[in-house]
Design a protein around this ligand. Structure first.
Ligand SMILES: O=C(O)CCC(=O)C(=O)O
Length: 289
């Protein structure tokens, strides 16, 4: 539980308007320790979805994995006990918040790999405006290397061409989906990296304990290009608010959780819930009514 004054109206307004807000020191050193221990366990026990997104000629890597929380007790503690769900709920002004999944992005020191610019919602097996990611670096990161955002791009009702993250697989790992996303594309993702200022791109210097919370429709990317002496370990958690419903798309889901969701009894159009997408937080106002 966090005290309400830690998320002020200005942050809620900024999240609604820009689709992204940086909140300093929302997580105690203990939570960073819990996640760091969890990540160490996780890297030794990746899920079947894990893969290296980039491996350069110097052996520098970018590791990605998702939905590991079922096997990582430290992540479970974080999901149920940390302030993340309440932060998400208050920023989205939702009456209840369900957990969707965790994803980690781990770059070894000096990795030059940049996350391609993209929106999250088109990849997800849910749809709705009230969705967000809590992005937490577990080590210090400079604004130039942190995840960056085009403020307000979550509100323009456009679905941009999806980047095929399945192509990021230098080890040719089997069973990595590669799809043609052309059927759902409305427009190419603009070349934001070529002129970030023109797009009003924002990012922040961040310390462990800080978080960036962003709407899943916002254009984001550009993280990486690390100095030789800096690694970047990021834990993200994805949260679902009031208007979200299960949505199985014809193509482009990545990671594709539709089979897992179906096996947990979730169907198209359902509200998220049950053991797979548990409700973690409910607004005190909602509980009273
Ligand atoms: O941290 C990164 O490089 C990518 C994060 C991201 O794209 C996400 O959480 O949706």
């Amino acid at each position: 539980m966090i005290s309400p004054h830690t998320i002020d109206q200005a942050s809620i307004d900024q999240f609604g308007r820009d689709g992204v807000v940086m909140l300093p020191q929302m997580f105690s050193a203990e939570w960073i320790e819990v996640l760091t221990e969890g990540l160490t366990r996780h890297l030794d026990n990746p899920t079947q979805r894990a893969r290296i997104w980039d491996r350069d000629q110097h052996g520098r890597t970018m590791f990605w994995d998702s939905m590991a929380w079922h096997d990582i007790p430290e992540y479970q503690r974080f999901v149920y006990g940390s302030p993340a769900a309440e932060i998400a709920g208050r920023l989205m002004s939702s009456s209840q918040v369900n957990f969707y999944f965790d994803a980690v992005f781990v770059r070894s020191a000096g990795s030059q790999f940049e996350t391609p610019w993209h929106q999250d919602e088109p990849y997800w097996s849910v749809a709705g405006h009230d969705t967000c990611t809590v992005w937490m670096p577990l080590v210090p990161v400079a604004a130039a290397n942190a995840l960056a955002f085009v403020p307000g791009s979550h509100r323009n009702n456009r679905v941009f061409d999806q980047y095929d993250f399945g192509l990021l697989n230098p080890d040719d790992k089997a069973d990595v989906d590669r799809s043609d996303f052309s059927a759902i594309a409305e427009a190419d993702v603009p070349d934001i990296g070529a002129d970030p200022e023109a797009f009003g791109v924002v990012s922040w210097d961040m310390e462990p304990g800080d978080c960036v919370v962003f709407n899943s429709r916002i254009l984001h990317g550009g993280s990486g290009k690390l100095p030789d002496d800096r690694d970047l370990r990021v834990f993200t958690s994805k949260w679902l608010g009031d208007d979200v419903r299960i949505a199985f798309r014809d193509e482009g889901m990545d990671p594709d959780f539709s089979e897992m969701m179906t096996s947990f009894g979730l169907a198209e159009g359902d509200r998220p819930g049950g053991e797979l997408l548990p409700e973690i937080w409910r607004s005190p106002d909602e509980r009273r009514s």
